[in-house]
Design a protein. Structure first.
Length: 249
C-alpha cells in the first residue's frame, strides 16, 4: 500500500500515510482495510470509502473461500498439505518485509528503535497484551516529548516524500476537506448507521444458528483484536483451543 499510494500514485504523502496508519493500528480490526477506507474517504467521501472497502476485501474473500473449499475437499491429500505448508514461509517473508519498510521510515533514532524492541520483547516473551503495549508507548511518548523533544518529534519527516517522489494529492500541508471535519452530528449519524447495519445483518441470519454463532464470534473478535489483522490470529486460535478443551472435557 505504501508503494502504490505514496511512491507510485502520490495520492498521499508519507507523513500523512504514517499518521493514518498509526491511527488505524489503534482501532480494533484489520488496519490495512481501515487504512484503505480512511484514505479513500479523505479523497472521495463516503462513496469512495464504501467502494474502497468492498474492493479491498473482495479479492481476499474470494481467494480464501476457494482455498477453504480446496482444504475441506482435499485437505488430507499429501500434495495439498505440502502446498499449504509451502505458503507459510512466504507469508512470513511478506510480513517481515512490510514491517521493515514501515519500521525503517517510522523509527528514526535509537530511542524509537529501543521502544520497538521492548514492545517485541513484551509481546513475544512475556505475552503482554497489545493494548498495554500501546498505553506504555503513549506514556513514554508523552514523557519523552517533554524530556527529549528532538527524539520524539515528527516534524523532521515533513516534506521528505515530497522531495523524493514529488507533490501528493493529500500532502503534508493539505487542509482537511469539508466532509472530513469533525462534528457531533456526523459522528452520531455514522454510529447509528453502522449499528443498524450490524443489527439488520444479524437479524437476516438469525434463523441459521451456525451463521448466527459465527456473526457473534467475529463481532467479538473485531472489537477485541486491537492492533490489526495479525491480532485476530492468536485470538481465534485461543478460542478454538478453549472450545476443543471444553469438548474434550
Amino acid at each position: 500500500m505504501h508503494q502504490e499510494l505514496v511512491e507510485k500514485r502520490r495520492w498521499i504523502s508519507e507523513h500523512r500515510y504514517l499518521h493514518a496508519l498509526n491511527y488505524c493500528m489503534l482501532l480494533p480490526g484489520p488496519e490495512a482495510t481501515q487504512l484503505a477506507i480512511y484514505i479513500a474517504w479523505l479523497m472521495h467521501g463516503i462513496p469512495g470509502a464504501i467502494l474502497a472497502g468492498v474492493l479491498f476485501f473482495l479479492p481476499a474473500f474470494v481467494l480464501l473461500s476457494v482455498l477453504a473449499g480446496i482444504y475441506l475437499a482435499f485437505g488430507d491429500v499429501f500434495l495439498v498439505q505440502g502446498l499449504f505448508y509451502g505458503i507459510k514461509p512466504a507469508v512470513v517473508a511478506v510480513v517481515l518485509f512490510a514491517a521493515w519498510r514501515i519500521g525503517s521510515r517510522a523509527l528514526k533514532n535509537e530511542v524509537l528503535w529501543g521502544m520497538a524492541a521492548l514492545a517485541f520483547i513484551g509481546i513475544f516473551f512475556f505475552n503482554i497484551g497489545f493494548p498495554w503495549i500501546v498505553l506504555a508507548a503513549a506514556i513514554l511518548g508523552a514523557i519523552g516529548g517533554k524530556l527529549l523533544p528532538d527524539k520524539f518529534k515528527s516534524t523532521h519527516m515533513h516534506g521528505t516524500s515530497h522531495k523524493i517522489y514529488g507533490p501528493a494529492i493529500i500532502d503534508d500541508d493539505t487542509p482537511t476537506p469539508a466532509h472530513a471535519k469533525f462534528s457531533w452530528q456526523k459522528l452520531s449519524l455514522t454510529i447509528t448507521a453502522f449499528v443498524l447495519i450490524w443489527l439488520i445483518s444479524l437479524y437476516l441470519i438469525s434463523h441459521q444458528p451456525v451463521l448466527m454463532d459465527m456473526g457473534i464470534f467475529f463481532t467479538q473478535a473485531a472489537f477485541l483484536t486491537i492492533g490489526g489483522a495479525y491480532a485476530v490470529l492468536p485470538y481465534v486460535c485461543m478460542c478454538i483451543r478453549g472450545a476443543s478443551n471444553s469438548m474434550a472435557g
